[in-house]
Design a protein around this ligand. Structure first.
Ligand code: NAD
Length: 285
């Protein structure tokens, strides 16, 4: 089964869905990108065009029109039945709303061929939260990408106790084939590997600065100099953008909510959202 994935359908053409679809097409797969209506698909066309430019500028082997060639392997549609009719793998990257995802899997269960594998890119839900809606828990798992897939190319792969090991292995091979480094999880874990490490790390850094113990630059200096790491936690905040960590903290316990309030008052409310806005904990040109 390991090289059985040839046709890929991505549901959702937002931030991550567009990147997953483009990366898969860039690596030679035939890709269908589905979104809810033609208006959204118009915006998606723009997104894919911009991704082609980004790849041409940032990805070493994307020169000589290779990034533009990827567009020719991408089909956009708002017809769900047609989108999944002959898909080997459906990657779902729709909004992080449990009921919306469940409804979508219930539709997919009847529309997609029985052998089609379903994968969710959900960051915060466990595949167990969704598996009963898929009609095929043995062919369902999480395949979780990081934002800017062409640069931060991990793909965390996490099944449930129902996932067929052959399906898991096929998705690991697919991840490799699209240029990702597969990170295999042996059991379900909220936050996968990356966020299980990163969230407590970033919270600890915020506690030091918000509590007045040390300035962000001193925290970063400590981390870089004493461990040899290339960047410190506040540089990481700036790279990710402050909004996502803020949302995670705001939904956390009382301590995390205090950190969220600090982040909001001192940075977010002042428009300091990180690298993308030119200023976060640091200023950028
Ligand atoms: P987004 O809001 O940018 O895009 C969501 C897209 O889904 C939109 O184009 C929307 O029109 C479409 N959509 C809405 N309802 C739909 C439906 N019923 N069927 C198909 N498409 C539908 O969201 P995003 O940031 O790309 O996140 C999508 C998923 O990826 C979430 O589960 C999120 O947890 C996960 N994720 C996001 C990031 C990130 O950095 N943004 C990183 C890793 C994983």
């Amino acid at each position: 089964m390991t090289d059985s994935i040839k046709k890929v359908t991505v549901l959702g053409t937002g931030v991550l869905g567009s990147q997953i679809a483009f990366q898969s097409a860039f690596k030679g797969f035939t890709v269908t990108a589905y979104d809810i209506n033609d208006k959204v698909l118009e915006a998606a066309k723009d997104r894919f065009g911009k991704l082609a430019d980004t790849y041409a500028n940032e990805v070493p082997d994307a020169s000589d029109g290779k990034a533009k060639d990827a567009l020719s392997r991408l089909t956009l549609t708002s017809d769900l039945a047609a989108a999944v009719a002959d898909a080997d793998l459906v990657i779902e990257a729709i909004p992080e709303i449990l009921d919306l995802k469940r409804e979508t899997y219930q539709k997919l269960a009847t529309l997609a061929p029985a052998e089609t594998i379903f994968a969710t890119n959900s960051s915060t839900l466990l595949p167990s939260d969704l598996k009963d809606s898929t009609g095929r828990p043995d062919k369902f798992l999480a395949l979780h990408f990081a934002n800017r897939v062409w640069q931060f190319n991990t793909a965390e792969i996490m099944g449930t106790s129902d996932t067929d090991p052959a399906v898991f292995a096929a998705v690991v091979e697919f991840a490799k084939a699209i240029g990702m480094v597969p990170i295999e999880l042996h059991k379900e874990k909220a936050g996968y590997v990356l966020n299980s490490l990163l969230v407590p790390f970033l919270n600890a850094a915020a506690e030091l600065a918000a509590g007045g113990y040390a300035d962000p630059s001193a925290v970063d200096d400590t981390w870089r100099i004493a461990t040899g790491a290339p960047v410190g936690p506040f540089q990481i905040y700036d790279i990710i953008g402050l909004t996502t960590p803020y949302n995670i903290m705001a939904n956390g316990d009382a301590e995390a909510q205090k950190l969220a309030a600090w982040l909001k008052e001192n940075y977010i409310d002042k428009g300091k959202l990180g690298l993308a806005t030119g200023e976060g904990f640091y200023k950028y040109n």
